[in-house]
Design a protein around this ligand. Structure first.
Ligand code: C5P
Length: 402
């Protein structure tokens, strides 16, 4: 845990039964010589007392936004500026809902809203609350603000029910924080390129052929790489999605343009080719708008294969990852692709399955590795943002080994 040592951690304790575990969390952090300050919400104070918290953190416990004593200190600003990181543990569905809407009606939510620091959220709640559609949407919302979510774990709950919703184990939370500081220090100079979205292949100056790709998975991967400290370039075909302003977003239309922008942005450490590039382009593209006729006959030729060309480029990134959309024979097709294109990983999804892949918020993927020593693995159905985080976790592990 050497990267977490001596950091300044601001813990927000909200009102769930798991609040008692935050005492253990504080104890473990102080053992790592972290300085810990805490904000206790009104609900949190029903479960743990300020006295037990301050005895462990050796610091004052903050709770009141309207305190004359603290007003001059501007707690809602200074606490966040002081911290290296803000950890909300446990985070109830209520505080998650408030954060998702920008409601700042107490010190905890005001600090979060006014923060310029990375925010980690450790949800803990009853399984039904966790699975409720409103909670899932609120989580997606806070993730889009670049808050990171740790857990929850699955298991028996204080209320006697069983399922997802337990606060992640303290050791696991500490490991995630340690990893964050590790990547933050080591990935600063690591560069990533991600391609996303469809391409448009022109027929004439006003018409094109394209495909149904939304770009969601690629945008989520770019976001996750950026959140992990990568200097990230996102080369996107036409898409309505918004991207973080700190990600270098380059918009293109055709496969040729996408290839050119990719080459221009080499070298990089990892390139992830998520785009659904048109496999064919129109031969003898018409310079003028084609006149209306009874029939239109078009000739197509094979488009350039960006993934293959970059995998075989002298400036090949350390790690080249391709995507593959399949409707059958996922395993054999992906293995073939690894060989033919020369990339390091193929991440395959079965687009014939309902509710995943194209334009969906969900995805389920299988990762196939060139290195035969690593076994293929499945990231089971989840939000594309979660799938992206899982992929990026593996990218970071791999880059640390190269
Ligand atoms: O061969 P297939 O199209 O299934 O391969 C998919 C992978 O190759 C994706 O990573 C996609 O971005 C990339 N690709 C490409 N250039 C093409 C076609 C696909 O880079 N012309």
């Amino acid at each position: 845990m050497k990267f977490l040592e001596k950091k300044r951690i601001l813990i927000i304790i909200s009102g769930g039964i798991a609040a008692y575990k935050s005492l253990d969390l504080i104890r473990s952090l102080t053992k790592l010589q972290c300085e810990v300050k805490t904000i206790l919400t009104k609900g949190g104070a029903e479960f743990v007392t300020p006295l037990s918290i301050s005895s462990l953190s050796k610091n004052k416990v903050y709770s009141d936004i309207y305190s004359a004593e603290n007003e001059s200190e501007m707690d809602h600003i200074s606490l966040s500026r002081w911290a290296d990181l803000i950890l909300i543990a446990p985070a109830t569905s209520n505080i998650i809902a408030k954060m998702s809407q920008g409601i700042s009606d107490d010190l905890a939510t005001t600090v979060v809203q006014a923060s310029n620091k990375n925010i980690f959220v450790c949800p803990a709640m009853n399984v039904r609350m966790w699975e409720h559609a409103s909670n899932r949407q609120n989580l997606e919302k806070i993730k889009s603000y670049n808050y990171r979510v740790i857990g929850p774990f699955s298991g028996e709950m204080a209320c006697g029910e069983y399922g997802d919703g337990r606060l992640a184990d303290i050791e696991y939370i500490l490991k995630e924080l340690d990893n964050f500081f590790k990547f933050k220090s080591s990935n600063k100079k690591l560069r990533a390129i991600v391609t996303a979205g469809p391409t448009q292949e022109y027929i004439d100056p006003v018409r094109y052929i394209s495909n149904r790709s939304s770009g969601k998975q690629g945008y989520e991967i770019a976001k996750s790489l950026f959140n992990n400290g990568f200097d990230t370039t996102l080369i996107s075909g036409p898409s309505r999605l918004a991207s973080n302003p700190n990600i270098n977003l380059l918009r293109v239309n055709t496969a040729e343009e996408m290839y050119k922008k990719t080459v221009e942005n080499l070298p990089c450490d990892v390139a992830i080719f998520c785009a659904a590039v048109g496999d064919f382009k129109v031969k003898n593209l018409s310079k003028d708008k084609i006149k209306k006729n009874n029939v239109l006959k078009l000739n197509f030729e094979k488009n350039i294969d960006i993934l293959e060309l970059i995998s075989k480029n002298n400036n090949k990134p350390k790690l080249v990852i391709g995507f593959s959309a399949e409707t059958s024979n996922l395993h054999s097709n992906s293995k073939k692709k690894l060989q033919n294109k020369g990339c390091d990983w193929i991440i395959a999804n079965d687009v014939s399955k309902n509710d995943i892949g194209f334009d969906s918020d969900f995805n389920e993927v299988a990762i196939f590795y060139k290195n035969e020593n690593i076994s293929d693995e499945i990231i089971s159905k989840n939000y594309k943002s979660v799938v992206a985080d899982e992929i990026v976790k593996r990218v970071i592990n791999q880059l640390n080994l190269i």
